[in-house]
Design a protein around this ligand. Sequence first.
Ligand code: GTP
Ligand code: MG
Length: 422
Amino acid sequence: MAGVEVEQPNMENHIRNLKLAGHVGFDSLPDQLVSKSVQNGFVFNIMCIGETGLGKSTLMDSLFNTNFESAPSPHSLPSVKLKAHTYELHESNVRLKLTICDTVGYGDQINKEDSFKTVVDYIDTQFEVYLQEELKIKRSLSTYHDSRIHVCLYFICPTGHGLKSIDLVCMKKLDQKVNIVPIIAKADTISKTELQKFKSKIMAELQNNDVQIYEFPTDDESVSEVNGNMNSHIPFAVVGSTDFVRIGNKQVRARQYPWGTVQVENESHCDFVKLREMLIRTNMEDMREKTHCKHYELYRKKRLEQMGFSDVDADNKPVSFQQTFEAKRTNHLQELQQKEDEMRQMFVVRVKEKESELKEAEKELHAKFDKLKKEHTEEKKKIEEDRKKLEDEIIEFHRRKSQFQQMGSSHHTLTLGKSKKK
Ligand SMILES: Nc1nc2c(ncn2[C@@H]2O[C@H](COP(=O)(O)OP(=O)(O)OP(=O)(O)O)[C@@H](O)[C@H]2O)c(=O)[nH]1
Ligand SMILES: [Mg+2]
């Protein structure tokens, strides 16, 4: 780049508005985008958190007007688990790859302290898998099945008493990781006046505990009014059903009781339609975007910082990825060199230690050998003396023996001579 000077213009001042003399065609860009998106299909991942039997599966069937054929869970699991299933749905010419991730055994344990852990881990794992794909040299994000959770429907038990501590703890742990939409499950079991109080109580509790829930966006003019209005109805009180009842000449999803019928899609009976409208028809794309731009971004930032990357150096000056990488590499090499030196020094010290230990042992062995040698010489000397003494004694014995024999024979002769005289 030597000799080339690039003038950095102030872009704002340099942009000029020009008129086209005729139709060029880039006004079809939005259509091109739509066509491409339709061709690729869409991915949407829902997580349902709620106690066993709170109506999670029934609500999913009602929301997507199908039967996902899920089996009920037992109440006896020792810990919370997650069960994810992916389905391919078609509406008109739009393909939707839908993943429903359900909690199993949530709220069934005596100790509920760690109930949120499985959920947090699952969400983090999906972010991590995406990050690893993104960091690959040869990445295939266009064909990658994005499993990051776009919305978490938190099913609140219709007690009328407010939130349970497990609800608050879990939502607090998740609020920076996923778009939380709290809903009151089985809302047909709570009366109209109680419901309003219950809703206010829940919202107050969420606010007091600083739990950030997903708010329908109001920055887009086309939906700001409806979204703003819907925000005031949160948490939606929903009813689900797999049964259909004939009302007039129409078959509608409903729950039948001895005293009457609760229609799932009747806005005066429950907020099901509001939930479907907000979740699927109006804000699905916003939730997908927020997941990527807000929650994933936060996860990515934290993980990269954990790995030692940053956009600024110690003096708060901008630093590039490459610079950080090179600094880290140099640092790493230095550390490695230092470790090698330390090991070498340690090796020398250990060798010296061993050497002196061996010398000491050799010295001890020599001393032992000398002592043994001395003892041996002394013993030998003593034995020699004893032997000599014994030899002397034998000589003396023999001398005395012969002397005695001599004396004996002369005495015998004498005695014999005397007897002859008689
Ligand atoms: N009253 C009432 N009952 C409901 C509602 N939704 C579901 N149920 C009933 O509650 C029971 C459990 O419903 P599911 O949809 O299987 O609940 P779930 O949360 O998926 O249960 P698990 O998957 O076993 O944890 C069924 O008998 C449903 O008919 C509702 O809105 N109101
Ligand atoms: Mg279920």
